[in-house]
Ligand binder design. Sequence first.
Ligand code: PMV
Length: 319
Amino acid sequence: MSACGSACGKAILLGEHAVVYGRPAIAVPVPARRAVAEVRAAPAGSGIVVVASELQARYLLGASDVDEHGRFLLAAVEGALAATGAGSAGTDLEVHVRSSIPMARGMGSGAAVSAAIARAIAAHRGITLSRERLSELVFATERLLHGTPSGIDNTVVAYEAPVWFRRGQEAEVLAVAKPLTLVIGDTGIPSRTHESVAWVRRRWEADPASLEAVFDAIGEAVERGREALLRGDVGELGALMDRNQALLEQLGVSDPALENLILAARRAGALGAKLSGGGMGGCMLALATPDEAQRVQAALCAAGAVEVIVATVTGPAAV
Ligand code: PMV
């Protein structure tokens, strides 16, 4: 008997980094890119094994040679088993994981893999996890990857809907008034979120007043972005993305590869463009009208993006 679960990728429309310091942020799902997990019963005594196709790896719980990826995947399995009332001792399972979300690019691949595993294990045990419980479970594994995550990635992946997120508060699903066409360009450079978050932390410790002012300005852009989303004002939203990018540049988390793609998107007619996620590599995100999206996509490819994903964001989707 086997059971499957899947979860989407994500992009941060506005507010990354400042969200770690209590300001709001808006994240959206990218359902075209997914992580999928399949749980299969395994022969008695074989233990818990995770097979990760992209990593070409097979991890056995309790083995001594498990690397960082394996520890993350096995922790997701153990967390999901515990949440569904089962222990890992004496359990025999094979969990197969695959994902079309680029890894370490700020697209939430870790959160999606963890959510897919939790959904598959819950389905295998005949249990439905609420989105809040799922989000909590994914948050626990995110901590292994990022140290001090704000909680935005696990939230948007578990809700699979545009979310308004503020640390310590219940997330709110946003009813997007007009579908958004996003064009996501991958620099091909790994974005190490824990490093960019640590960099901002060091700058904040050295000069809290200046950094707090930048976070406030980002928070204001996010508040205005929320209103623009709810009214369907994509022109204003694009301008706010540009403003957010300028503030992220002030924080020092942008880089030339991201800025090259951001400029190419703007020149090709994007309404706005910014980095998405931790930055210092990873992906950028452009907002386009449906008519201009293809032109922006072509411009990003010509400017050297290793991959371009076009995503449409609508209201909340059923999972
Ligand atoms: O995981 P990433 O790279 O999408 O970054 C998440 C956004 C940050 O604000 C940089 C970190 C966080 O935990 O919110």
